[in-house]
Design a protein around this ligand. Structure first.
Ligand code: IDP
Ligand code: MG
Length: 167
């Protein structure tokens, strides 16, 4: 069954110049990239993305981590992969959440670490199931940023608003 999955290359992955390596690993899946962009992550976006972990002792550090505050890299790379069993394939290539427990051949096993303050720096995010993938993709991307129609859309009339354009 064809599925979509949100992948984030987290700030540690960017700082360690791992983008190429990670994309090469993910390409083993033979999935199609249908959206990609760099994102400066607001506190609201980070907290909404990790809403299921609110209340965990590491939550505040996790938000700082995703926003790049621990790596002086205020950005993440966000991608949507699409194809047969996309979630399972990407989660398998990513490896376990805890990078010390992840198989050494996986992305997290190869490049992740646990910091002394206990944050799992595991270089990528991959959605964990279809419902989460849909929620996350809608959070990170607008419909026109994705080159296929993944979810039902509606037409809205945009109120007059200022936006940046090329001069
Ligand atoms: P996942 O990324 O494998 O889906 P989640 O449980 O959704 O794992 O956790 C989201 C992120 O929060 C992880 O990727 C990791 O960076 C961090 N995290 C999860 N559990 C822990 C923990 O017990 N200690 C420190 N960081 C954690
Ligand atoms: Mg998760």
């Amino acid at each position: 069954m064809n599925q979509a999955v949100l992948i984030l290359i987290k700030p540690d992955g960017l700082k360690k110049s791992l983008t190429g390596n990670i994309l090469t690993r993910l390409s083993e899946s033979k999935l199609e990239i249908v959206a990609a962009k760099m994102v400066r992550v607001s506190k609201e976006l980070a907290e909404e993305h990790y809403q299921h972990l609110k209340g965990k002792p590491f939550f505040n550090e996790l938000i700082k981590y995703l926003r790049g505050e621990l790596h002086d890299r205020r950005k993440v790379m966000a991608l949507v992969y699409w194809g047969e069993d996309a979630i399972e394939k990407c989660r398998e290539l990513a490896g376990s959440t805890n990078p010390e427990e992840a198989e050494s051949t996986t992305i997290r096993g190869s490049y992740g670490r646990i910091t002394t303050i206990g944050v799992y720096e595991n270089v990528i995010h991959a959605s964990s199931n279809e419902a989460e993938a849909e929620r996350e993709i809608k959070l990170w991307f607008m419909p026109e940023e994705i080159i296929v129609d993944l979810y039902v859309t509606t037409q809205v009339l945009e109120k007059e608003r200022k936006k940046k354009a090329w001069a």
